[in-house]
Design a protein around this ligand. Structure first.
Ligand code: AKG
Ligand code: FE2
Length: 285
């Protein structure tokens, strides 16, 4: 839906990929990357890249309204509660693209997809779309330090497939000291031999707190050490949607299964090759 596409910033450069498979659908692919080579180099080294106000106006309102609808529908179900565990406080709702078609806008979002393809390769999928909503006045509306793919062994075998993923954190509200910045440790996605314990909320000497305006996207490597600072009692509701990009051959997380005949299944059925690939239905062998 065109009205929900974000305004595209200037395209940085293009990458011509060839997929070396006689069976590949569309083996020659030109990616017009919405980032400069220098930005990608910094993203690789630091593990994060900030795009302020990628969504604005109607596009932002559309996502906000859709998320509010999804949360409202969940709130009517038995057992719904705002999570108050200090480790991961807030409401988490998985597989948003299966719950509301507004989130299918990510399937057309070149400023996000092109960055993921520039970093991960031409064949990526959005394996999950997750909401996290936190509320002022509720306890523990924060997260511990964590990273997302805790599967790296030591010693590192020569043919280990490092779990590179690009999570696009789409903030629908301003991040301030009152709503809760996101803190990241630059370069920590490469600390493969250091463990992060549970229940770690302590400041780290090299942490960077990001405060961004509503509509901004913070791209992170999924193994970047990060934590959400608390939404404080005098803050405001803070809504986040994460679009999780992975290589097409990487599995989906175990939470939030998609429905057999739901929005995603129908989109796969009706979709062309690119849509099917972005939804994980092809392009992994
Ligand atoms: O709320 C945030 O800023 C980050 C949330 C997060 O890290 C997560 O849900 O994995
Ligand atoms: Fe996270």
């Amino acid at each position: 839906m065109l009205a929900s596409l974000p305004e595209a910033p200037a395209v940085g450069h293009s990458i011509d990929y060839t997929i070396h498979s006689p069976d590949a659908k569309n083996p020659h692919r030109r990616i017009e990357v919405h980032a400069t080579p220098e930005e990608l180099r910094r993203f690789e080294a630091d593990g994060f890249l900030v795009r302020e106000r990628l969504f604005s106006g109607e596009a932002l309102e559309h996502l906000r309204a859709a998320l509010d609808e999804v949360v409202e529908a969940e709130a009517k179900k038995d057992g719904f509660a705002v999570g108050t565990s200090r480790r991961f406080g807030g409401v988490f709702i998985r597989q948003l693209m299966d719950r509301h078609a507004a989130f299918h806008t990510f399937l057309d979002c070149a400023p996000m997809i092109s960055v993921a393809r520039a970093m991960l390769g031409p064949q990526v999928w959005i394996r999950d779309t997750v909401a996290r909503v936190t509320y002022p006045g509720q306890p523990n509306q924060e997260t511990e330090w964590h990273f997302h793919q805790r599967v790296v062994p030591s010693p590192l075998p020569p043919w280990f497939s490092f779990p590179h993923i690009v999570d696009a954190l789409v903030y629908l509200d301003d991040l301030s000291d009152a709503t809760g910045p996101i803190c990241v440790v630059p370069g920590s996605h490469k600390r493969i031999e250091s463990d992060l314990p549970d229940d770690d909320f302590a400041d780290k000497p090299d942490q960077v707190a990001l405060r961004v305006p509503a509509g901004s996207v913070v791209f992170i490597h999924g193994n970047l050490w990060h934590r959400a600072m608390p939404t404080l009692p005098h803050g405001a509701r803070r809504r986040l949607v994460i679009a999780g990009f992975a290589p097409t051959w990487m599995k989906a997380p175990p939470h939030g299964r998609i429905a057999e005949d739901g929005l995603i299944a129908r989109k796969i059925k009706a979709g062309g090759d690119e849509t099917r690939e972005l939804l994980g239905a092809q392009g992994y062998y």
